[in-house]
Ligand binder design. Sequence first.
Ligand SMILES: NC(=O)c1ccc[n+]([C@@H]2O[C@H](COP(=O)([O-])OP(=O)(O)OC[C@H]3O[C@@H](n4cnc5c(N)ncnc54)[C@H](O)[C@@H]3O)[C@@H](O)[C@H]2O)c1
Ligand SMILES: *[C@@H]1O[C@H](CO)[C@@H](O)[C@H](O)[C@H]1NC(C)=O
Length: 324
Amino acid sequence: MSIQSNNNSRNGAGSTVGQNNDIYNIVLLIVDIVILVFKFWLTIIEETVKLFTTRPQANVSGQFVLITGAGHGMGKEMALQYAGIGAKVICWDINDQTNSQTVKEIKQAGGTAYGYVCNVVKREDIMELASRIRKEHGFVSVVVNNAGIMPCHPLLEHTEQETRLMYDINVLAHYWIIQAFLPDMIERNEGSIVALSSCAGLFGLANLVPYCGTKFAVRGYMAALAEELRQKNPQTNIKLTTIYPYMIDTGLCKNPRYRFPNAMKLISPKDAAASIIEAQRQGLEEAAIPRHFVAVEKLGRLIPRKAMRLVNDFLDTGVDTDKM
Ligand SMILES: NC(=O)c1ccc[n+]([C@@H]2O[C@H](COP(=O)([O-])OP(=O)(O)OC[C@H]3O[C@@H](n4cnc5c(N)ncnc54)[C@H](O)[C@@H]3O)[C@@H](O)[C@H]2O)c1
Ligand SMILES: *[C@@H]1O[C@H](CO)[C@@H](O)[C@H](O)[C@H]1NC(C)=O
């Protein structure tokens, strides 16, 4: 609703027209506020109800799903599981051998997969590969920005090269890949982009200063992109999903530490992959693994930091340096 103020007076009765306009504008403002309050609470109720119901999952059978870092860990498990539900999986990894192994395993299980060696740091390679894939296969419906690295030690021990590489892989590569595949999604008004952030994108953790920076960055750019797409097209069907895994047993996290290993044990890459795929198919904007971590973070922010630190110290959970 747009409010136009027109206080020009050409007919000599300027003050009355102005007054009428003022009243009119106030009425419009009140109507806007009433609509806002009504929709606001309605949406809160709707979204709360949705938390307790199982959402329908999109059918990805026959569609192309691109996964970066498909040679190992969660990327590999996602590739296998997406293929298992009928998706045609495009596997990208810097490591030819492990990537080909993933493709081989998918084919052996009767699925469809295509492997490409790709160093996601190289923007030109990404653009070239993307146009090749567009020509050879067509529309890619799901893009999973998964490849990532996690050097883990105090900030003063991080080298420049390592730090830059971390931002190149964990953040900048996501931009290049989105720039390559989003235009088709916008044109068709469909598709889904998944980004791997981390619990290190929700909480600040010792030994992970640059890594936390990259994962907070993922969370930030995904929120901004969602806003940009929504402003461009309020009816957008493009789904953005940000994933915040806690510690997953892939070997990426070398020295996890916890006081209560039974309550906070490492999650298997299989379970993590299943959880990511479910979140993508349900079109969730945010999903932690385990799921309740997003709520924990929201609650944690309401509580003064000093008080939260007491809880952290009690749980004594984190990661120790990898230079031991
Ligand atoms: N494992 C965890 O505990 C954990 C927790 C939270 C978030 N994450 C995030 O999840 C994602 C996957 O983690 P993972 O544990 O499965 O990792 P992983 O180390 O098991 O596998 C990562 C894969 O990415 C590939 N890769 C690395 N650099 C690349 C590059 N430049 N170009 C292309 N491919 C490259 C590797 O070859 C490897 O196959 C990462 O973004 C990670 O930060 C992991
Ligand atoms: C999913 O899509 C595939 C391919 O379009 C179709 O064959 C299949 O019947 C669909 N499955 C469901 C449950 O709708």
